[in-house]
Design a protein. Sequence first.
Length: 324
Amino acid sequence: MRSRRDFLTHSTLAAAGLALGACRKGGEPGPAPRPEQPRSPAASTSRPTRGALLTRTIPSTGEAIPVIGMGTSGSFEVDAGTPEYAALEEVLKVFFAGGGRLIDTSPNYGPAESVLGELLARGGHRERCFLATKLAADDLATAKAQWAESLRRLKTDRVELLQVHNLRAWEIQLPYARELKAQGLTKYIGLTHFRESSHAELERIVRAERPDFLQINYSVASPQAARSLLPMAQELGVAVLVNRAFEDGKLFAQVSNRPLPGWAAEAGAGSWAQLFLKFAISHPAVTAVIPATGKPNRQADNLEGGTGPLLTEAQQDELRSMFR
Ligand SMILES: NC(=O)c1ccc[n+]([C@@H]2O[C@H](COP(=O)([O-])OP(=O)(O)OC[C@H]3O[C@@H](n4cnc5c(N)ncnc54)[C@H](OP(=O)(O)O)[C@@H]3O)[C@@H](O)[C@H]2O)c1
């Protein structure tokens, strides 16, 4: 059996136009369900063998998920039949072959749910996938219609995580998400936002409502969550997904002519993308980070960011100071 590093190397070659070889195929079952465990205050990190994708546990159940997930905003907003669409098929193959599971989407991302649903079905990836989508509606009737449409577009009868997008009408949508959870239509519920200006409101709501998941922005250039939301999530046992770890790609423009720090190799990072992702997952409250890409070689790069050592406090400080 090949090691994960072999898988990634292989995937990178595939992205360069060479044969991918055997990746996991259709209908493959995910890991056996773990027994439900009481919510623990801090998620634990399991680090199996060197080169393997790290996992963290979801505090409300103890279920383990890989620390590198993927987003679909922008990258999955493409038309069928285009080269970008074909590339996404490879992006998903690389993701699942490299041990990935969690994919985040939303009815608000143009055709992304339809594109994702079609490609998951075509590749036989659905059972392996930890699928997260959102409610983004102002009233209950619209949310009900939107949820039905999300299931249709995603070609599924349930999701693993249903989140209230950007806190939109959360007083209506969170109880609705809870109702769907009680019916077994979603395993977990959550709240999302992508701006630091939302953090105070998120903190108040999470303390009162205790969702399973919180999805927030956290990066070398937007590190505020480490001061309030992340310690709170650890204290309360709420899983955290990190969006915008690359500031929607803007961080790469800032490092285009910059060499990696001297300690990068020692930290197991071979690219800036890997350093930015390692920064996010080095906070113990973070369950997974969800970078978005439409390029298979970048998907392989991103998965590598979830292997090897985490960053020390000093390394995290140095990165933060570079992007102040
Ligand atoms: N409110 C919310 O719920 C909310 C808000 C924001 C985001 N999100 C979720 O979080 C996900 C991630 O956020 P995001 O998409 O805004 O931004 P992001 O992940 O910070 O950045 C994505 C950008 O980085 C580039 N990129 C990805 N991997 C790369 C690599 N290895 N090397 C160089 N460039 C790379 C991508 O370009 P290419 O595609 O060309 O590779 C894309 O332009 C979203 O897709 C969405 O699922 C949720």
